[in-house]
Design a protein around this ligand. Structure first.
Ligand code: GUN
Ligand code: ZN
Length: 443
């Protein structure tokens, strides 16, 4: 200790060392009065304040936030940066929503100024919501992907992103071609993949908007470079599934379309996966292909209720995501709250420890980033948040009546949102601080 690079944060601290056992508490580490030591942006130590003091830490040197809960930053496994401005667009389900709102919004991203400004706005929104890492769709325009990576690099964020590949069934101005998409992806991968904290994801939007030739190129690219990701959409909406049958009559089912082009695997994450057969689920499990559960989007677009227990029992890797702009909030707390209700409607439960695990270490594992982020294991990158459990008068009241930690965390999960995020740190550096809000009464 004593190095000038050393920082000590003292607060209530919660993180997970593995998937939590809600009965025994295994996998959960909580300190009522804990200290997180950060050195050169990475975790140096974590423990009880009392224990670290005994080992020589001067507690006076700590930044002390006794009322806040310090947790790893949230991770979002599926979100669209060009859709920020069409969040909450009225009235349509998936296919009409894409045509009426999403495609026109994404057309704006042919303008580099729009893309640059939107990338910065989007990343600020993530930080305001306590999200420090995300797997992000950009637009079909390669410069919008460059703009995104440039903004993420400037903010020193760990991000995964890719240029959307789409060469059919969308407005002409939004289409690439198999060969232009291949050249642009190669250029982007070479510029950004494994540069600083950045990673590239091959991003065919979904099978209806890519020709068989383009899906084949996506598969070839995925195998041409080490450790690329793949992201796309799967079985979100029943009309989409029916369309797939027409577009790919030779395929056994929707999963088989992606399988045929070599797009399944441990580093692939498909949004939604609501309307799947047992055979499709078995194939996802066999290939360890991930599904991103997007609760607010599934409710907002009327897509359906994801049968989480069915996927988990089959062994499909599951993560939790906002899917903004189909989703209606950047907040993973809001997202968990809607997930809880989707499970309730099916006689299933989402325990707060499981929910908070999913939004942190669970999502890090789903993105194969758990050697770098997701909890406070020694050496990991110190991306973390301070949660204000009393962000509104109602929440302060509910926290007081909650006597147990689990009850407090559940109230946070159900009632919390971006206002619960007091501060967000990136590699030990403060990146966002919420101004204190007042509730004023006018007599
Ligand atoms: N399916 C294909 N594209 C999209 C998209 O942008 N959002 C959602 N929610 N589903 C999609
Ligand atoms: Zn999506």
């Amino acid at each position: 200790m004593g190095s000038s690079d050393l920082q000590a944060f003292r607060a209530r601290i919660l993180h997970f060392t593995s998937a939590p056992d809600i009965h025994t508490g295994a996998g959960v580490e909580y300190f009522d009065d804990g200290v997180l030591l950060v050195e050169r942006g990475c975790v140096k130590a974590l423990g009880r304040a009392e224990d670290l003091a005994r080992q020589g830490l001067d507690l006076q040197s700590c930044r002390h936030y006794p009322d806040y809960v310090l947790m790893p930053g949230f991770i979002d496994t599926h979100v669209h940066y060009p859709q920020t401005r069409v969040i909450a667009s009225y009235g349509e389900q998936l296919l009409d929503w894409l045509n009426d709102y999403t495609f026109p919004a994404e057309l704006q991203f042919s303008d580099p100024d729009v893309a640059t400004q939107a990338a910065q706005e989007f990343l600020q929104l993530l930080l305001q919501n306590g999200t420090t890492t995300a797997m992000v769709y950009t637009s079909v325009f390669a410069q919008s992907t460059h703009a995104f990576f440039s903004a993420a690099e400037k903010m020193n964020l760990r991000m995964i992103a890719g240029k959307v590949m789409m060469d059919r069934n969308a407005p002409a101005g939004l289409l690439d071609t198999p060969s232009s998409s291949e050249a642009e992806c190669r250029e982007l991968i070479e510029a950004w993949h494994h540069h600083k904290r950045l990673h590239y994801a091959i991003t065919p939007r979904f099978a209806p908007t890519s020709s068989p030739q383009q899906l084949a190129i996506a598969g070839q690219l995925l195998r041409a470079y080490p450790n690329l990701y793949l992201q796309s959409h799967l079985a979100e909406n029943t009309h989409e599934v029916a369309w797939i049958k027409n577009l790919f009559p030779q395929a056994r089912d929707y999963v088989d379309v992606y399988d045929h082009y070599g797009l399944l695997g441990e580093r692939s994450v498909f949004g939604h996966g609501i309307h799947l057969s047992d055979a499709e689920i078995a194939r996802l499990a066999q290939t360890q292909t991930g599904i991103a559960f997007c609760p607010t989007s599934n409710l907002f677009l009327g897509s359906g209720l994801l049968d989480v227990a069915r996927l988990e029992q089959a062994g499909v890797p599951l993560s939790i995501a906002t899917d903004v702009g189909g989703g209606t909030s950047f907040s993973q707390l809001r997202t968990l709250s809607e997930a809880y209700k989707i499970l309730q409607l099916q006689g299933q439960r989402l325990h707060p420890l499981k929910g908070l695990y999913m939004a942190t270490l669970g999502n890090a594992k789903a993105l194969k980033l758990d050697h770098l982020i997701g909890n406070f294991e020694k050496g990991k990158e110190a991306d973390f948040i301070l949660l204000n459990m009393n962000a509104t008068p109602l929440q302060a009241m509910r926290q007081k009546t909650a006597t147990q930690l689990i009850e407090q965390l559940f109230a946070l999960m159900m009632l919390g949102d971006e206002h619960s995020i007091a501060r967000t740190y990136i590699m030990g550096k403060l990146a966002f601080r919420r101004a204190e809000g007042d509730v004023l009464w006018v007599e």
